[in-house]
Each structure stands twice: as C-alpha cells, then as structure tokens.
Design a protein around this ligand. Structure first.
Ligand SMILES: [Zn+2]
Length: 376
C-alpha cells in the first residue's frame, strides 16, 4: 500500500507535499518520497490517503504541567500572572503535573519540554515519566541580594536530580530577563553552558516587556512593582534605554553564549532575530497562548529569513487551552495564514527536538510504519 497525506515528513529538512510512503504487508516502510516517483516505480500498488500528515512523533516543546488544574483564562499577560496564576496558586503542583502528563501521553507525542516549580514535580517527572523530555527547573529570583544563595542551592539541586535521570533529562529555566537578577542570569547560564544543560527563558512575550526595557514604564512594570518585586533597574543592574531590548540585554550579559532556547519571542526587532541567529539559539512559539494573552503575532517570516530553528509548544492549559500539539498546529495555521503545513510540521517535529537538545527520530526504510504518527 502507498499511504499519502497532505504532507509527509521523514524528520529531515522540510516535509513533502504530494508524497507518500510505500508500506509492505508486514507494515514495514519500503520506500518514501514524491508520489510520481513512487507510482512510476510501483505502478500496481494501491494508494490510500490518510489525511493531514504522516510524521515522526511530534514534540510539545513548552509546557507548564503543574498548571493543569488551573482553568483556562484569556486576559492580557501582565494581568494574567497576578490575577489568574498567582490567585490560583493553590491549584498548582504535583496533582496538576500528573494530570498534565496523562494528557501529554494521550496526545501521541515523542517528547516534551516542561517548566518545573517544585521539587515534588521534578522528582515525579524524573522518576515516573515514561515519555522522554526535559524538565527545566525554574528560577524566578529578581532580587540581586539573593543571587549567591540561590546559585549555590540551584547547583546542588541540579546535581542531585541529574543522578535520577532516566527518560526525562534535567534542564534549567531562568524565568524571564526581568524576573531573574543579572547576577543569577550570568552565573546560572554559565553553569548551563559548562554542564551542557538545556536552558529555556521566556523572552519578549508581551509588548509591555519591551516597553519596560526601553522606558521603564508600562503595565508590566506597574504590575511587577505592585506585586512587590524590586524595580527593573535593580534586577537588570542598568537603566532602561530606548536602544535596549530584552534580547540585547541577554546578549550583552553573555547569557546567549549558553544557547538558551528562547520562548515566545513575539515582540522583537530584526536586530534581535539576527543576534539570536548568530548565537544559534532555538525559539519556541506558542500561538494560542500568545493570542489569548494579547501578546501579538510571532514574526515567523523574520525567523525564517535568518534561519532560526523554531519549535512549537502549547504553554499551560491556563493560557493555551489544551496540551495537544496537534491543536497548536491548527492554531498556528489559523494565526499565520501564509505559513503553510510543511513549515509548521517541521516546527512540531525537528524544531521541538532540537530546542530540547534531543535527537529527532527519522523515518527510514525497514522501520515499522505503525511507529509513525498519522494525523487524519
Ligand atoms: Zn511558559
């Protein structure tokens, strides 16, 4: 049988349209490629169209599993954190992570990248997840006075947890450029670089983040101050500057040398994208979360222009609605009408594995066809 789909992906380069997979009666892959070539070579083999895509198991590259019991709510990002996430913090934790991991398992993916806020969730993921992935230990420490003690504690935690690695690897997440002091951003990104730890940072998510770095004003600056965080100048160790962006700040601090994976990256300049490409960082986009938190539209064409690898994530259910990466693929196509199915499938597969530092599974002759994912 030759199975076809709107796009067929073997895990290398871009997915193909007008392509198929020739499968033996024992369900092993005999050949793969453009339909015309397959039909010429195997004229008598029947064809069946399976639907949207045939692909190696995709990746949900950015989740917050511990928020899985927090209901979905759409509101501006700078209000969503204090009014929804902080307000519902009693719902956050291990029980949510268990529910979230079950949803991920049911969604037919090959790997996931999670952000972890408690030792209980970290130990659960390391000890019990049969799904490969990276659990990024999150640091949210804006006060520079905490830097040394948090650094030492974090290094110790990471060392202990790495001994427990099985299917899930230990990574690090420095929450955002405005919520981790410059001292800690520097020292912990150096640890990540030297130890080869996967590193995720939320960057340039909402327009108010860029405004805060440039002018020190705006709704995010006000929201952080009213939550009792130190003023931005104390956290970043410099004054806001009209030429400054969150990406330039991270580059100047040396953080990008650790090749962090940068999450969201919606409100960026062309120079930011060029910098990120130079450092070889991956970027992860979460289209539904960005839409629901009024963050703006991810400038995917700019990333394509500079050859930046893009992965896809759902973010938490509290902003992204579900943890199903196929739903995110559908939303990406809605939000970006000119994007095209092949590019978004690459985001969901190769972009995701690369962002997590994992090997992309490749469809090869002799493989079992049933191990591939089919999206009808
Ligand atoms: Zn996130």
């Amino acid at each position: 049988m030759i199975y076809t789909a709107d796009a067929v992906y073997n895990g290398v380069g871009l997915p193909l349209t007008g392509a198929g997979v020739l499968v033996s009666s024992a369900n092993t892959i005999v050949a793969f490629g453009k339909l015309e070539a397959l039909k010429t070579q195997f004229p008598d083999v029947p064809m069946e169209h399976l639907g949207m895509a045939i692909l190696p198991a995709p990746v949900n590259a950015h989740t917050h599993l511990d928020l899985s019991r927090v209901p979905f709510k759409a509101m501006p990002y700078y209000r969503w954190i204090p009014d929804h996430i902080v307000a519902n913090r009693a719902l956050r934790g291990l029980e949510g992570a268990r529910i979230g991991l079950d949803w991920l398992r049911a969604s037919d993916i090959g790997a996931f990248g999670d952000i972890v806020n408690s030792a209980g969730v970290m130990e659960f993921l390391l000890g019990e997840s049969d799904l490969p992935g990276v659990a990024h230990w999150e640091i949210f420490k804006p006060n520079p006075l905490d830097a040394q003690i948090v650094h030492d504690e974090t290094v110790q935690h990471l060392r202990d947890w790495r001994k427990l690695e099985r299917q899930v690897k230990v990574g690090l997440s420095l929450h955002a450029p405005f919520s981790v002091s410059s001292q800690l951003l520097k020292s912990l990104s150096t640890v990540a670089r030297l130890e080869g730890l996967p590193l995720q940072i939320h960057v340039a998510e909402h327009p108010s983040e860029l405004e805060m770095f440039r002018y020190g004003t705006g709704p995010l600056a006000e929201s952080l101050l009213s939550a009792g965080l130190p003023p931005l100048e104390a956290t970043i160790g410099r004054k806001p500057d009209p030429d400054l962006t969150p990406v330039k700040y991270l580059a100047e601090l040396g953080v990008l040398e650790a090749k962090p994976t940068l999450i969201h990256m919606v409100n960026v300049t062309e120079e930011d994208v060029r910098i990120v490409a130079q450092f070889g960082c991956s970027v992860i986009t979460c289209p539904r979360s960005n839409r629901n938190l009024e963050c703006g539209v991810f400038p995917w064409a700019l990333y394509a222009k500079y050859g930046v690898e893009v992965g896809l994530g759902t973010d938490s259910v509290a902003s992204g609605e579900t943890l199903n990466i196929r739903d995110e693929v559908g939303a990406a196509l809605e939000v970006h009408p000119a994007l095209g199915l092949p590019t978004v499938l690459r985001w969901a597969v190769r972009g995701g594995y690369k962002a997590l530092g994992l090997k992309t599974p490749i469809m090869a002759r002799g493989d079992d066809f049933s191990k591939l994912t089919v999206w009808k």
